[in-house]
Design a protein around this ligand. Structure first.
Ligand code: AMP
Length: 218
């Protein structure tokens, strides 16, 4: 089953993705992480995306669709995927539909994580991420080792840092981009007849996972 995790930056998609992926037994595809990995590897795509990402602007649709197309053709994704932050514009939703259609698949459901802007801003201001695996953490200190608290990348040596795009100015840009370009995606899926489940994303992480699992019948 292909599940689209949808919501504002900081809504908890990155926290819930591994939990739902484990429950469904499918891998995660996260375009933000793919771009950060490309940047760490110094590829032309990663280097070209850096300025957009640092500012909190969206990366071009053709770059994102290239990542989606290449990833979903891999055997690892045959049984489905959790798409985390992958669909952020209507052209991306349309492109994903074509990519999945070519593979004889479709989006099974959109989980829309819902929470107000003030909650987003307070969450992101306390968020640190592993510089290796991008796992998000709150209540930690910059410089702490991700290994000691379970670096999910298996790469080892991860250190907790503040993402550049988690600085207040970039968060404002990301929320503006969400309202302008991403929010309309939900209406597109509605028109398309795709199942949309709205998840109240305020509260404890376990409670939100339970709501998401319920919505997916897990
Ligand atoms: P994320 O890790 O999902 O918060 O993504 C970090 C940044 O990567 C975003 O602020 C964008 O600059 C870029 N990005 C990730 N996914 C997309 C996407 N589907 N469309 C456009 N830009 C993206």
């Amino acid at each position: 089953m292909v599940i689209v995790l949808f919501g504002k930056p900081g809504a908890g998609k990155g926290t819930q993705a591994p939990r739902l992926a484990a429950a469904l037994g499918v891998p995660i595809l996260a375009t933000g992480e793919a771009l950060r990995a490309a940047l760490r590897a110094g590829t032309p795509m990663g280097l070209a995306a850096k300025a957009f990402m640092d500012r909190g602007d969206l990366v071009a649709d053709d770059v994102i669709l290239g990542i989606i197309k290449e990833a979903l053709a891999q055997p690892a994704y045959t049984n489905g995927a959790i798409l985390d932050g992958v669909v952020r514009t209507v052209p991306q939703a349309q492109g994903l539909e074509v990519v999945l259609g070519d593979l004889d698949r479709s989006v099974g459901a959109v989980l829309a994580f819902d929470l107000p802007d003030d909650e987003i801003i307070s969450r992101i201001s306390g968020r640190l991420t592993c510089d290796k695996c991008s796992a998000p953490f709150t209540g930690r200190t910059p410089g702490e080792s991700c290994d000691t608290i379970g670096c999910v990348s298996g790469l080892g040596g991860g250190v907790l840092v503040r993402r550049k795009d988690d600085e207040p100015e970039a968060v404002k840009t990301r929320l503006d981009a969400y309202r302008k370009s991403t929010e309309p995606v939900l209406a597109w899926y509605q028109r398309n007849g795709t199942r949309i489940a709205t998840i109240d994303a305020v509260g404890a992480i376990d409670d939100i996972t339970a709501r998401a699992r319920l919505a997916l019948g897990l």
